[in-house]
Design a protein around this ligand. Structure first.
Ligand code: 13P
Length: 258
């Protein structure tokens, strides 16, 4: 299998992860619920390598809450360019986010690609802006429909190629494999297929961008199935949507962080 050399073994004992990214998406609905949720993350113990990406409206309060912890702040979006005079209504620049204390930015999420028309030019620009501003892009890739492995691989590699064209090999980068059809919190995903794709992604990154880019898995991950993905050395962490809104799931997942 192509990609085996990049990451070749499976270790049932190794079910801890390097990165746990909570993507709250457009949730929760109120500031007080955001505080409650954040308290659950903070209460759950180990905090290193836990990244919380709340909606922009809650960034300020979440930042205050995590001040004395090692939880990192993430954003769910960023402007794809920085035109002179700041002429980009409704957008938030990478320099603003970095100045604010954001360390990670989710880019190219399928909800942005397919519901908001984010294209390769946007993804590429955002990666460049985020890296230049000293933050870490978390670039999402994934096939849109449940299709054969080889077609899915083609789609994923195309997204990597287009989105990472201007990525700097000298700067940090994280890639998240999220098969779009597996997003929603309750979809039946095969960990072995996901791992196989992550191995392909790792091989591509090793050759085309740089070695040891962490690759995460996202799509219907919860505490009960997390270990099935994390048992493989190639999977460096998880990008979690639905389960990140449930305090019980949150503590169980944070427990697994290295
Ligand atoms: P779910 O965990 O709800 O499937 O969402 C995954 C996701 O889109 C995270 O970015």
């Amino acid at each position: 299998m192509v990609g085996m050399e990049a990451c070749s073994w499976y270790d049932e004992e190794q079910t801890t992860m390097n990165y746990l990214v909570f993507n709250w998406k457009m949730n929760p609905g109120t500031r007080s619920d955001a505080d409650k949720l954040m308290r659950a993350v903070i209460k759950s113990g180990k905090k290193k390598n836990v990244i919380v990406a709340p909606p922009f409206a809650y960034l300020e309060r979440i930042k205050k809450m995590i001040q004395k912890t090692s939880i990192a702040l993430g954003a769910q979006n960023v402007a794809f360019s920085q035109p002179s005079g700041g002429m980009l209504t409704g957008e938030v620049s990478a320099s603003m986010l970095s100045d604010f204390g954001v360390e990670y930015v989710i880019i190219g999420h399928s909800e942005r690609r397919y519901q908001l028309g984010e294209d390769d030019v946007h993804v590429r620009g955002k990666v460049e802006m985020v890296q230049k501003a000293g933050m870490v892009p978390v670039v999402c890739v994934g096939e849109r429909h449940n299709m054969s492995f080889s077609r899915a691989k083609q789609a994923v590699i195309r997204q990597l190629f287009a989105g990472l064209k201007n990525a700097s090999p000298r700067k940090k980068l994280i890639v998240a494999y999220e098969p779009v059809w597996a997003i929603g919190g309750d979809k039946d995903v095969s960990p072995s297929r996901a791992v196989r794709m992550i191995m392909e992604i790792q091989t591509w990154l090793d050759r085309r961008v740089k070695k040891n880019v962490p690759v995460l898995y996202g799509g219907s991950v919860h505490a009960d199935n997390a270990d099935d993905f994390l048992a493989h050395r190639c999977v460096k962490g998880l990008l979690v949507g639905s389960a990140s809104l449930n305090p019980k799931e949150v503590s169980a997942l944070v427990e697994k962080v290295r």
